[in-house]
Design a protein around this ligand. Structure first.
Ligand code: NDP
Length: 298
């Protein structure tokens, strides 16, 4: 039997609608316009495209957005000064410094300089710590926060389920585990985290009621590694050569979709699965940040 396809696009569209309504209501009731600053250093085409998509999404939801574009050779001290300025700016509630940064700039130093209350990417060590101690009022990294929404909104509440996460990165695997462990809605799961040193990965992934894969290896996860009926969330985005496409490649996930969909109960596609959720959750985080900074009730 073929799995139910979980459409990240549909879920993302409904969260975007809800976020736009929240923004409209904040403007009307509290004269508050959530503001997001995006900082782009250099001319990396992928970074330019991501920042462009983030600003477009912000505008569509009524969020004020300001893009700061800087030369690739900007000194680190100058970038730190710009971040400090944004920390102090009352019109800006969320700050996003697009990664990666040029080699002469220490990323960790820049991330540490962002005011934690405005850290809408959720990468500041204070926010990482708050999330891992189970705090609720925290800005959580957008991709794993999006995965939680996908589970909840498709009737796959992780509470009481065994969730196996493959990957332990700081942007996906680790915060994913922290979110799922919280004693709260979207949490209360039994969590196993596997990685490149896990022997016999299939023996671990077959235990999962919900399997979340964030490896960065095209179609590594095969059908015989999935328990029949499991929910499979594929975070991976990989380019593979494809001469039949005009651009010469196609995008695939970390899961061998065609075979796994015959075993799983539900599955996310790539593209159109987790991908659309990340920017959407960034906007939701920006609105949460604005509400908390203003100290108001929505
Ligand atoms: P990282 O490279 O930072 O981490 C990959 C993780 O996978 C590591 O923990 C690594 O283990 C583990 N791993 C690698 N190979 C294997 C293997 N053979 N078996 C088991 N575990 C393995 O990647 P990210 O977390 O940043 O990204 C993962 C994927 O998700 C990528 O395809 C990326 O493009 C995608 N992504 C998608 C997003 C979206 O919006 N949809 C957002 C962010 C990422 P170890 O720690 O031992 O090295």
């Amino acid at each position: 039997m073929s799995a139910k396809i979980i459409s990240g696009k549909e879920i993302s569209d409904s969260i975007r609608g809800e976020t736009a309504q929240r923004v409209a209501s904040l403007k009307k009731k509290h004269d508050l316009t959530p503001g997001l600053a995006t900082v782009l250093v250099g001319e990396d085409p992928a970074s330019q495209s991501y920042v462009g998509m983030k600003n477009k999404a912000a505008k569509e939801m009524g969020i004020f957005s300001r893009q700061i574009t800087l030369d690739a050779d900007i000194p680190e001290a100058e970038l730190l000064g710009i971040v400090e300025g944004l920390n102090a700016d009352p019109d800006i509630h969320g700050i996003l410094v697009q990664l990666p940064l040029p080699d002469h700039i220490q990323e960790s130093k820049i991330l540490l300089a962002i005011e934690p209350a405005k850290d809408v990417d959720g990468f500041h060590p204070i926010n990482v710590g708050r999330l891992s101690t189970g705090e609720m009022e925290v800005l959580a990294p957008c991709t794993p926060a999006g995965v939680v929404q996908m589970l909840l909104r498709t009737g796959n509440d992780p509470s009481g389920k065994h969730v196996v996460i493959v990957g332990r990165s700081n942007i996906v695997g680790r915060p994913m585990a922290s979110l799922l462990l919280r004693k709260a809605k979207g949490g209360n799961a039994t969590v196993t985290v596997a990685h490149s040193r896990t022997p016999d990965l299939g023996a671990v992934t077959r235990l999962a009621d919900i399997l979340i894969v964030a490896i960065g290896w095209p179609e590594l996860l095969k059908a015989d590694m999935v328990r029949p009926g499991a929910v499979v969330i594929d975070v991976g985005v990989n380019r593979v050569d494809d001469d039949t496409r005009e651009r010469g490649y196609r995008l695939v996930g970390d899961v061998a979709f065609d075979e796994v969909k015959e075993v799983a109960g539900a599955i996310t596609p790539v593209p159109g699965g987790v991908g659309p959720m990340t920017i959407t959750m960034l906007m939701s985080n920006t609105v949460d940040a604005a509400v908390r900074q203003a100290g108001i009730q929505e």
